[in-house]
Design a protein around this ligand. Structure first.
Ligand SMILES: Cc1cc2nc3c(=O)[nH]c(=O)nc-3n(C[C@H](O)[C@H](O)[C@H](O)COP(=O)(O)OP(=O)(O)OC[C@H]3O[C@@H](n4cnc5c(N)ncnc54)[C@H](O)[C@@H]3O)c2cc1C
Length: 473
């Protein structure tokens, strides 16, 4: 017997966003500000996705290696609003030296601020709701069939945005996708984030100053790292290399990773430990995802005990929690109208439909080993994200935002971070709202209108001359 469908709520939304991570939330806010009737659908009972459910932080980075800010617009407004509530320190020097800046935030306040921004612009939110199926008609998505406590309900909209991170909506609608690296199809590993309190960060700083050789520093170097350690209000470090290696050799740790990476939150002494590593599992397979949750929790227990016993400053650390969901860095990338490549990132290739900029390097946590491979950008790099990488051929009324847009494994390893994912979300929201209001598909909206609206909303875009050069190249 088939399950009966509950009737759709009255009317058709202009824009339906599936997935309330930061890219989906910012997409929904941007669409609502552009005048659309918006519904944001999320499987958890709060917004923020990776940054809340998966315990990720800080945001990194709004800046390129030289320190120029390349992400502004609604993402930067979000940080300003959090700062005004005492829930973020803003953009501060990254003491690991991996980036020029990091942006620590209070994850509980982030949940509230995203809800506030969306609802004050007239957007609606539906929590505790998963995608169950899609209805297609005439090369368009007619409805997303959702599943929640009320059963199965078809939700109708003029334009749909897939912000699930995993391209769930696109995949169910039959869109082709790529998964992982070309050589063996493996994606970046998962990580269970661990949150600790009562860390004596003054003692950690003191140890790092006396033993810089026990930490990893980027090419800008150890001296710069030590300078930032003295001045930055919060600590980020990758290291404890000697004790970690010894504990692994003694068999106390079976985490396939060569370092301990941790970041202090806005609350002094509370740190996020981003160190566990779960390799070779596919997060879009529910059974493999379930195994990853269990492996991640056990790894975090080992990491916690290691830190208390062997890491200066952590002797009295208290375990607050592991994240509600294991952290998923990478799964599907849709096959869109344009696939962003590593070459586009490394050369800051100019596009005549650029809708966002990025300055974060290609950062690949090895899919099958213990290392992390970084391909560094030029200091003044500002790579561009073209609108076509958010678009698929069919369904014609579907856009994709966030970490699952059309890109190779290597390119996605750069723009996947939250500031750039948010900037992409803003562009997706504006494009969807403009299309809904004009009664056309996203690909038919004049790009000048999208660019103008994004600039009105404060987004950072390349100059018109750069875009014109791309158009004639
Ligand atoms: C371990 C780890 C460490 C990281 N470290 C950093 C860092 O330090 N700094 C940084 O800036 N970035 C970091 N990142 C990357 C960054 O957090 C994410 O890539 C970025 O936030 C992606 O945002 P998103 O909105 O595209 O996707 P997500 O954050 O994954 O959001 C997707 C949302 O969709 C919802 N969803 C998914 N499927 C469905 C469905 N079928 N139905 C309904 N809802 C659904 C999810 O619940 C989630 O809320 C890290 C990521 C991981 C995993």
């Amino acid at each position: 017997m088939s399950t009966p469908l509950i009737p759709s709520p009255a009317g058709v939304y202009d824009v339906l966003v599936l997935g309330g991570g930061v890219s989906g939330s910012i997409a929904a806010i941007a669409a609502a500000r552009t005048g659309a009737r918006v519904l944001l659908v999320e499987e958890h009972g709060f917004l923020g996705g990776s940054l809340t459910a998966m315990g990720v932080g800080p945001m990194m980075s709004f800046h390129n290696p030289s320190g120029e800010q390349v992400v502004r617009g609604i993402p930067d407004e979000l940080i300003g609003r959090l700062q005004a509530r005492g829930a973020s320190l803003g953009h501060i020097p990254d003491t690991t030296t991996y980036c020029s800046t990091v942006t620590p935030f209070d994850s509980e306040e982030l949940k509230i601020e995203l809800e506030t921004m969306l609802t004050e612009d007239g957007g609606e939110i539906l929590f505790h709701t998963q995608l169950a199926a899609t209805e297609l008609a005439d090369h368009r998505l007619a409805a997303a069939v959702i599943c929640n406590k009320a059963g199965l309900t078809p939700l109708r909209a003029k334009i749909f945005i897939d912000a699930t991170g995993d391209a769930d909506l696109a995949a169910r609608a039959g869109v082709a996708f790529t998964y992982g690296r070309t050589a063996d199809g493996l994606a970046q590993p998962m990580t269970m984030n661990l949150k600790l309190a009562n860390v004596d960060t003054a003692a950690v700083r003191d140890y790092a100053r006396r033993h810089p050789e026990d930490f990893l520093w980027s090419p800008v170097g150890q001296a710069e790292g030590l300078r930032r350690l003295a001045s930055s209000p919060r600590l980020s470090l990758a290291g404890f290399l000697g004790a970690w290696k010894a504990a692994r050799e003694r068999g106390e740790i079976d985490v396939p990773r060569d370092q301990v990476l941790f970041f202090e939150t806005p609350v002094s002494g509370v740190v996020i430990v981003n160190t566990s590593r779960i390799v070779g599992l596919n997060a879009t397979d529910p059974f493999q995802l379930s195994r990853a949750e269990m492996i991640g929790r056990r790894q975090c227990s080992q990491i916690f005990h290691f830190l208390r016993q062997h890491a200066p400053g952590f002797a009295a650390a208290v375990r607050m929690d592991t994240a509600a969901k294991v952290g998923v860095r990478e799964t599907r990338h849709v096959a869109g109208l344009y696939q962003i490549t590593a070459d586009d990132i490394m050369t800051s290739r100019a596009f005549d439909d650029a809708i966002a900029l990025g300055g974060y390097p290609i950062d690949i946590h090895a899919p099958s080993s213990e290392t992390t491979a970084t391909t560094r950008l030029q200091p003044s790099a500002r790579y561009q994200i073209p609108l076509r990488s958010l678009m698929v051929e069919r369904p014609e009324n579907l856009l994709v935002v966030g970490r699952c847009i059309s890109a190779t494994h290597e390119a996605a390893a750069a723009f996947r971070v939250s500031p750039i994912a948010m900037a992409i979300g803003q562009a997706g929201g504006v494009t969807a709202a403009e299309a809904a209001q004009r009664g056309v598909n996203p690909a038919q909206v004049p790009f000048a209108a999208i660019r103008e609206r994004l600039l009105q909303q404060g987004a950072q875009l390349p100059s018109l001359e750069t875009s014109a050069r791309a158009a004639t190249a």
